[in-house]
Design a protein around this ligand. Structure first.
Ligand code: AP5
Length: 210
């Protein structure tokens, strides 16, 4: 299966991508995580992207598309994949179609803006493997340590209130139109992302199997 996870910043795309990945044995590909790794590594793409991320803006389409194309050439994507955070503009989705990048289902995780600010402020992330936690709603077994790989957890630089507000505005303007784009193609499945993490997981898995 080939999934796209859609939703605003903090909706739970990364959290649910990990669950779908376990369930289907296919990789979860987060463009945000790939870009943050490029920034950490100081690559040319990373240097270009850093400025956009700090301002809560989207990285240019052609840069992100090139990253995704490169990642989808890796052998672990042969039996399917979960795209978390891509496409994020109608232009990216149209380009995907032109390039023959397939999508079976688009699962849209719906959460109100007020809930998202609290979620993102309490988020902790593992820079090494990309696993995501929340200090209250989804804590790691050992405080400050990743359950998956044992590396330390940290806050993301773009999880400050000011940048969160900008990311939400960008989402409504540039990403939300993708709902209509995929609805027209009969691929959109919307789930309520305001339930507890495990209840949202049940809804996401049900949508995936529908
Ligand atoms: P990206 O890393 O994709 O960030 P995002 O879309 O803003 O989404 P988040 O990762 O913030 O949230 P999420 O929905 O994954 O939620 P999570 O599971 O972590 O992108 C970052 C930046 O990279 C972008 O701003 C852009 O600049 C650039 N970029 C990336 N892709 C791009 C593209 N295609 N084109 C251009 N630019 C691109 O959950 C959030 C928190 O809530 C966690 O703490 C979690 O534990 C908790 N939580 C999750 N579910 C629940 C629940 N049900 N109840 C309570 N808490 C919950």
């Amino acid at each position: 299966m080939k999934f796209v996870l859609l939703g605003p910043p903090g909706a739970g795309k990364g959290t649910q991508a990990a669950n779908l990945s376990k369930r289907y044995g296919i990789p979860a590909i987060s463009t945000g995580h790939i870009i943050r790794q490029a920034i950490e590594a100081g690559t040319e793409v990373g240097r270009l992207a850093a400025d956009y991320i700090e301002r809560g803006q989207l990285v240019p389409d052609e840069t992100v598309i090139a990253l995704v194309r490169g990642r989808l050439r890796e052998p672990d994507t042969q039996h399917g994949y979960i795209l978390d955070g891509f496409p994020r503009t109608v232009a990216q989705a149209e380009q995907m179609e032109k390039l023959g990048i397939q999508v079976d289902k688009v699962i849209d995780i719906a959460v109100e803006d007020e809930v998202l600010v609290e979620r993102l402020s309490g988020r902790r992330e593992c820079k090494a493997c990309g696993a995501t936690y929340h200090v209250v709603y989804n804590p790691p077994v050992r405080e400050g340590v990743c359950d998956v790989c044992g590396e330390p957890l940290s806050m993301r630089d773009d999880d400050t209130p000011d940048v969160i507000r900008k990311r939400l505005a960008v989402y409504h303007k540039q990403t939300q139109p993708l709902q209509a784009f995929y609805r027209q193609r009969g691929k959109l499945y919307t789930v309520n992302g305001q339930e507890k993490v495990e209840d949202t997981t049940t809804l996401v898995l049900a949508a995936a199997e529908e």
